[in-house]
Design a protein around this ligand. Structure first.
Ligand SMILES: *Cc1c(COP(=O)(O)O)cnc(C)c1O
Length: 307
């Protein structure tokens, strides 16, 4: 039994009216860990534990860490998550709620990750948040479910952080014969590492991340995501933090589901009728979710967001 759920695929009347085209939503926000990440991470954790791992180690204070914590609890193994000092009390609380040991260390993810890696013993498995073929295989099930429903959209809209979701979705599209269906890869302007990679023709390291969409904050995308962009149609799109936040608020009103700005970025493209969507009559939007934001925080960010 996989650790992820089969999520609802719904036609959205309000987003279809806003976008002037048919919008279908894959509701990954309803996964038990709050995001799509449990698909890939659950798959990877099952394999590691099947091979004898006694403990799972991660260095993400976000949805990847939450997915590892959830998977560990379900599989009955210990989980240690090392997070930087910048991690919110809410995220730490969610990790502890899943029974994970949380170690707070260092000013940024870099230092937390180094400590996590130094603590990986012979009986442990380390889970990377996006750069791992096991994750991509698991994420690909998202497309299997849509294909089984009979829907074949004209394009798939998704958010990109480190490119794990994109790599898994592209893999799922390949095995379902959707190689001709474009992927629209959305980032906020302050976290545009995939956009930069496409311009350069290879992954590049951003100097810094400056966005409220913290789950998109990978400074460098994985090689695999750029490989896909060279072998299938992938379009890059950017939105502002303000637009991503507005989309989160509007989506709560429209569908009664709260998502992180990382997910709001994809929704913003649809709500704002972005020109990149013009050729497509029917769109599938991956509502990737995110468990770390609250309505209060989204309103606070909105109040202080610049353009
Ligand atoms: C992880 C995450 C992303 C980005 O996924 P990548 O695999 O890093 O590209 C987007 N949205 C949410 C809510 C996430 O948790």
């Amino acid at each position: 039994m996989p650790l992820h759920d089969i999520t609802p695929l719904i036609h959205s009347r309000p987003l279809s009216l806003a976008a002037g085209r048919e919008i279908w939503l894959k509701l990954e926000a309803l996964q038990p860990s709050g995001s799509f990440k449990i698909r890939g991470i659950g798959h990877a954790c099952e394999i590691h534990v099947g091979r004898g791992a006694r403990r799972l180690v991660a260095s993400s204070g976000g949805n990847a860490g939450l997915a590892v914590a959830y998977a560990g609890r379900r599989l009955g193994v210990a989980v240690t998550v090392v997070v930087p000092e910048t991690t919110t009390a809410r995220a730490i609380g969610l990790l502890r709620q899943e029974g994970a040991e949380v170690v707070v260390h260092g000013p940024s993810w870099q230092e937390a990750n180094e400590l996590a890696l130094s603590r990986v013993g012979p009986q442990d498995a380390f889970l990377h948040p996006f750069d791992d073929p096991l994750l991509w295989h698991g994420h690909a099930t998202l497309i299997d479910e849509i294909a089984q429903s009979g829907l074949r959209p004209d394009a798939v809209v998704l958010s990109v952080g480190g490119g794990g979701l994109l790599s898994g979705v592209a893999e799922g599209m390949r095995r379902n014969g959707w190689d001709d269906v474009p992927i629209v890869a959305v980032e906020t302007g302050g976290a545009a590492s995939f956009h930069a990679a496409l311009l350069a023709g290879h992954p590049v390291q951003l100097e810094r991340i400056d966005s409220v969409a913290t789950s998109l904050g990978a400074k460098r995308v994985c090689d695999q995501s750029v490989m896909w962009a060279k072998t299938r149609p992938v379009l890059s799109a950017l939105v502002t933090d303000r637009a991503a936040l507005a989309a989160c608020e509007r989506f709560v009103d429209d569908h009664r589901v709260l998502v992180e700005p990382a997910c709001g970025a994809s929704l913003a493209l649809v709500y704002d009728q972005a020109a990149v969507l013009e050729p497509f009559g029917t769109l599938l939007v991956v509502v990737c979710g995110g468990a770390t934001a609250t309505m209060e925080q989204i309103r606070q960010w909105s109040a202080s967001a610049a353009a």
